[in-house]
Design a protein around this ligand. Structure first.
Ligand SMILES: CC(C)(COP(=O)(O)OP(=O)(O)OC[C@H]1O[C@@H](n2cnc3c(N)ncnc32)[C@H](O)[C@@H]1OP(=O)(O)O)[C@@H](O)C(=O)NCCC(=O)NCCS
Length: 185
């Protein structure tokens, strides 16, 4: 059974994963929402106007009333800043499955920070919420994201061709990774 508990804080060695607050606007804007490179493989932004970032956080805050929403700010304890986001993007209670997306600012890449966040979130979603299938997908060109999925113990499942258009108009393929928490019959 899925037991929805909403977005509660999770602490790891270097991070606190917690709900977004309005005060995170500056950090989010500076660290990733205004940065083209950080968002290269994402479908939104970059925002030049901090008011847009603020609006996005406001929407997320209102969504927290819904216990089916899982959307964490990634807070790096050493610098006391929010440096990214990890969230459930799509889910199915019937299939007991959910799909995770994540992003951190490029200044923080290469330190296995997303891996630390992903492992903690996968544990939360499987052990506490009860999802039995956790999915993640990445543009085939975004091999760094694929490495994070592999290191988190997810297995390559399939490549989907021509799923959408990149910012430059080119078509892209995605690799889908899955981790099962219950033996598949
Ligand atoms: C992709 C992303 C999630 C990786 O997170 P991370 O915390 O940097 O991941 P890791 O430190 O575990 O590194 C993963 C891989 O990135 C590559 N990498 C390492 N340092 C890097 C750097 N400075 N710049 C680019 N890539 C780097 C390496 O290939 C590494 O694999 P390895 O551990 O086998 O050497 C992060 O770069 C990011 O948030 N990117 C922007 C948003 C995004 O693309 N999200 C995913 C959408 S599917």
């Amino acid at each position: 059974m899925i037991n929805h508990i909403g977005t509660n804080s999770i602490e790891t060695i270097r991070l606190i994963l917690r709900r977004f607050k309005e005060e995170d606007t500056y950090d989010m804007h500076k660290n990733w929402a205004s940065d083209k490179e950080s968002l290269k493989f994402l479908s939104w932004g970059p925002y030049s106007d901090m008011g847009v970032t603020k609006g996005r956080i406001g929407t997320w805050i209102r969504q927290y009333d819904d216990k089916k929403v899982y959307n964490w700010a990634i807070y790096l304890k050493s610098i006391k800043e929010v440096i990214g986001q990890i969230s459930v993007e799509i889910s199915s209670d019937k299939e007991k499955s959910c799909e995770i997306g994540y992003c951190i600012g490029k200044e923080f890449w290469g330190r296995e920070i997303v891996l630390e966040a992903l492992r903690a979130v996968m544990h939360y979603l499987s052990s506490e919420v009860g999802y039995e299938k956790i999915i993640a997908r990445h543009d085939v060109q975004n091999t760094a994201s694929g490495r994070v999925m592999q290191k988190a113990g997810m297995k390559f499942q399939k490549r989907l061709l021509n799923v959408g258009h990149r910012r430059d108009g080119s078509l892209y393929d995605v690799d889908v990774y899955v981790k099962y928490y219950k033996e598949v019959k």
